[in-house]
Write a protein that binds this ligand. Structure first.
Ligand code: PLP
Length: 381
């Protein structure tokens, strides 16, 4: 990545979309709390229509950060995913999903979309297999990179090229990387979605989602988002807008901390395996290096037999056992009991997700404090 782009993430996170407000407002945009607006105006505004001042501002900033034309900010990451699938597919149409997606996405597909008549195939991540799954009914391809929780990496340019050649819409969940470390639209992706609850919000205090893409695609998704009612209020949008100002500096430091911890954990006798794309032995290392500007703040590791997961978690003092990720504070969880608890035990076993797998969201604490916490919790009892 060039220095110019790095500057852009820091600068856009603070300034994009901010516009100019009358002097009495000072430097920060006003928080519009109204849910009632004059319907005789040129554009009818209403929070559920995703078009209040705070919505427009955050959408413009996220579009700038991801390099897209437009964005929709939704009430959650699942709100964004639901609007994408339901807005772009119909009963009988088909989508291809990368194997090993976030468990909530799999649950949405199994629990809602399939019963509505939408069809899906699972892609094993091998580029050669992707084309063989495409049928005349295929409308989109959805991937994550890095994946949750095993940090798998896909070749973004290749997926986007294959999708384009076949007239499919390519969608990526960019939650783990954030636009600071990865801008999939530059590799040809059509839509980028986020659980903004994670790095974009960054303080474990709001629930939000987003989808970024071309004006045409966002306009196709918007009516479904409005029907679903997955919009946000002005106060949460203002909180998200404020968080975006520190996104770049947070994510770069979290990524640096995670890289350091991954290396130390990888050498620890109590750990059988560390999943982190920054490690040279990670199967996606070279690909991640080619398409990311840093390997991210998320890593997973497998506790060696003999180390009880509960004992390890109880011994941690600084790192909090918690669901979610991407906050300034380090958190840890067992995906088997959190993000992937709703998929079948058999499916979890197939994916290699058991109770000994720990997913660590590395925060902004001093690296030596984090390491001391892990090191002491990993001491033999
Ligand atoms: C990668 C990923 N995508 C989507 C989601 C769903 O986001 P939300 O919880 O904001 O609906 C999550 C939540 O953990 C996630 O980790």
């Amino acid at each position: 990545m060039t220095d110019r782009r790095r500057d852009a993430a820091e600068t856009q996170g603070i300034h994009a979309g901010a516009g100019e407000f009358p002097p009495p407002f000072g430097l920060n945009p006003p928080v519009v709390t109204s849910s009632a607006f004059d319907y005789r105006a040129d554009q009818v505004r209403y929070p559920r229509y995703h078009n209040t001042l705070n919505h427009d501002l955050v959408a413009e900033r996220l579009a700038a950060l991801e390099g897209g034309e437009a964005a929709l900010v939704t009430a959650s990451g699942m709100g964004a995913l639901s609007a994408i699938f339901l807005g772009l597919m119909q009963p009988g149409s088909h989508a291809i999903l990368l194997d090993g997606l976030y468990g909530g996405t799999t649950d949405l597909v199994e629990g809602l979309l399939k019963p509505l008549g939408l069809c899906f195939s699972i892609w094993n991540g091998e580029p050669d297999q992707l084309e063989s799954l495409i049928t005349e009914h295929t409308r989109l391809v959805h991937v994550e990179s890095p994946t949750n929780p095993l940090l798998g990496i896909v070749d973004l340019a290749r997926v986007a090229r294959i999708a384009r050649q076949h007239g499919l819409i390519s969608v990526i969940d960019n939650t783990f990387a954030s636009p600071v470390l990865q801008r999939p639209i530059e590799f040809g992706f059509d839509l980028v979605m986020h659980s903004a609850t994670k790095y974009l919000g960054g303080h474990s205090d709001l629930l939000s989602g987003a989808v970024v893409g071309s004006n045409v695609l966002i306009d196709r998704i918007r009516p479904t988002a409005i029907r679903l009612g997955a919009s946000m209020n002005g106060q949460d949008l203002a909180l998200l807008e404020r968080s975006l100002k520190t996104l770049a500096v947070r994510v770069r430091q979290q990524s640096a901390n995670a890289g350091e911890l991954a290396g130390r954990l990888n050498r620890h006798v109590a750990i059988t395996r560390v999943f982190y794309p920054g490690l040279a032995d990670h199967p996606g290392h070279e690909q991640a290096r080619a398409q990311m500007d840093g390997f991210g703040g998320m890593l997973s590791f497998q506790l060696a037999p003999g180390f009880e997961p509960e004992v390890f978690l109880d011994r941690l003092g600084l790192i909090q056992p918690a669901v979610s990720l991407g906050g300034v504070e380090s958190t840890i969880c067992q995906p088997s009991r959190t993000s992937h608890s709703r998929i079948t035990p058999c499916e979890r076993a197939r994916l290699g997700i058991d109770d000994r797998l720990m997913r660590l969201s590395v925060g902004l604490e001093a690296i030596d404090d984090l390491w001391d916490d892990l090191r002491l919790a990993l001491c033999p009892s």
